[in-house]
Design a binder for this molecule. Structure first.
Ligand code: SF4
Ligand code: SF4
Length: 470
């Protein structure tokens, strides 16, 4: 169900046709939002400290000497929560991704853009790191506007210079962390300690990432959420009137009117002070209803609560609420849409759990050797040659053996032991020998167990060819 027009009646809907960050001439409009303060701001600061600590330490956390998280796309090496995944685990990764998408859709249908305001790295870096440094260097919004409008003088050059240097240094630091997620912390430390010429690719990536981060936080800013982020752009179809959002209670607030001694009693609680607008980092007026630009940062909730405290009205004129809860005063969570998404998510989780728990630590292919005929032996038995390839998905070397489970027969490994290196593979050959009496069809199905430490770690089915026996 698509998000509908807000129930609030507003004659000027021009805000729906234009981005706040672009003016009539198509030029960039920079916002200088007022520094937020309040209970949500304080809570978000704590959450962001925890998330920043996790984000920055992620690539350096090791479990049994191996990375906890790694997304090495080039070498197709993925480690999630200490478990290594190979390209052969593609179906698990794809199913995991689909499950995640359904979870996001369900989460958004119920909780709106809670993720954007509290967890999204873009919001955390922008609002909790770079913006706060900006307040520290340039001052609050009034001073920032003045500085932006001022001619280039010694003060402006000094402040812009300091800001440039700090923003660049943090961008460089974030780029290092990002790179560590991609190539691993070992490779990152090598790049730092060894001659750059030996790590030219990683260095180019580092320069590129630094440039992108700097560009985003220096200039592009909230446009990453409104123009680039696919999640932001999908809000129109993900949200409905029952989704929880940062919302203005227009039933209570309208008709708005200025605060004063002779204020008309028939007016709503909104005193039209504009504090919710000046504090908004995306430059919107939340009183116009849910908008694409709103990242649910809660700054307007805090600003309005402070105003309500001052005028002696209850807090929560702007709050987390669904549009239907504002109008009908009931919060409906289990809508048909939510029930369907929940059922789908349940099915996907069961499937995903099944694939994860039945995932083997090896991946073996056993194929009959090309151009090799079946050989009739002197004792009447028949033998076929097979090429085997075993991939070791674990972090330890595995000594494996191959055991013919069905039908009863013999299996001979060409060579001695078969040790597969950690996160590597080993190829070899085996003979399968069956008695002539067992060859009841041109293709006899056979089952081979791959055994490690006396335990069957994988089972492979193939067939025994009898048609070209000589
Ligand atoms: S901060 Fe509250 S009272 Fe002031 S304009 Fe916004 S909604 Fe109205
Ligand atoms: S409208 Fe409120 S919650 Fe939305 S981005 Fe602006 S300040 Fe944040």
């Amino acid at each position: 169900m698509a998000a509908q027009e807000p129930l609030i009646t507003k004659t000027d809907k021009s805000f729906r046709d234009a981005l706040t960050s672009v003016d009539d001439k198509g030029e960039r409009v920079f916002f200088h939002p007022k520094k937020p303060k309040g209970r949500y701001w304080n809570a978000r600061k704590i959450v962001s400290y925890v998330l920043l600590a996790l984000m920055f330490s992620g690539p350096f956390i090791r479990v049994n000497g191996h990375p906890f998280m790694l997304f090495n796309l080039l070498e197709r090496e993925f480690i999630l929560f200490g478990v290594a995944f190979w390209p052969q685990d593609f179906k698990i990764l794809v199913l995991g991704f689909i499950t995640l998408v359904v979870f996001i859709v369900l989460f958004t249908a119920v909780f709106g853009r809670l993720f954007c305001g509290w967890i999204c790295p873009q919001t955390i870096f922008m609002e909790m790191l770079f913006r706060r440094i900006e307040y520290w260097i340039d001052g609050d919004y009034v001073a920032q506007k003045k500085l932006a409008a001022a001619d280039w003088n010694a003060e402006k050059i000094r402040k812009r210079g300091i800001k440039f240097a700090i923003f660049f240094a943090i961008s460089f630091f974030i780029a290092n962390i990002f790179l560590a997620y991609l190539v691993g912390s070992d490779e990152l430390f090598k790049m730092i300690s060894e001659p750059l010429s030996q790590h030219a690719g990683s260095f180019v990536a580092l320069v590129l990432f630094t440039g992108v981060f700097f560009f985003v936080y220096w200039w592009f800013r909230e446009q990453a959420c409104t123009i680039v982020c696919p999640y932001g752009r999908l809000q129109g179809v993900l949200l409905d009137r029952n989704s929880l959002n940062v919302a203005y209670d227009f039933v209570r607030g309208e008709p708005r009117g200025k605060h004063g001694r002779n204020r008309d009693e028939s007016l709503g609680d909104c005193i039209d002070c504009n504090q919710c607008v000046v504090v908004c980092p995306t430059g919107i007026d939340i009183r116009n209803g849910t908008q694409l630009e709103c990242v649910n940062c809660t700054a307007c909730i805090d600003a309005c609560d402070e105003v309500m405290d001052k005028v002696g009205k209850p807090r929560g004129l702007i709050r987390y609420a669904s549009e239907n809860s504002i109008v009908a005063k009931v919060r409906k969570v289990f809508t048909p849409r939510v029930v369907i998404y929940s059922a789908l998510l349940g099915i996907l989780l069961v499937l995903f759990g099944y694939l994860l728990t039945t995932r083997t630590i090896t991946e073996t292919s056993i194929l009959r050797a090309r151009g090799q005929m079946s050989v009739l032996q002197a004792d009447g038995s028949v033998k076929n040659l097979y090429m085997v390839k075993t991939i070791n998905k674990s972090f330890d070397a595995l000594e494996v053996s191959y055991v013919l489970r069905e039908p009863v027969g013999r299996l001979q490994l060409v060579g001695q032991n078969f040790t597969v290196p950690p996160q590597g593979y080993r190829e070899g050959a085996v003979f399968v020998i069956l008695e002539a009496a067992q060859l009841t069809a041109p293709q006899v199905p056979i089952i081979i167990d791959i055994v490690h430490n006396g335990e069957v770690v994988e089972t492979v089915k193939t067939s025994f060819n009898t048609s070209s026996t000589n």
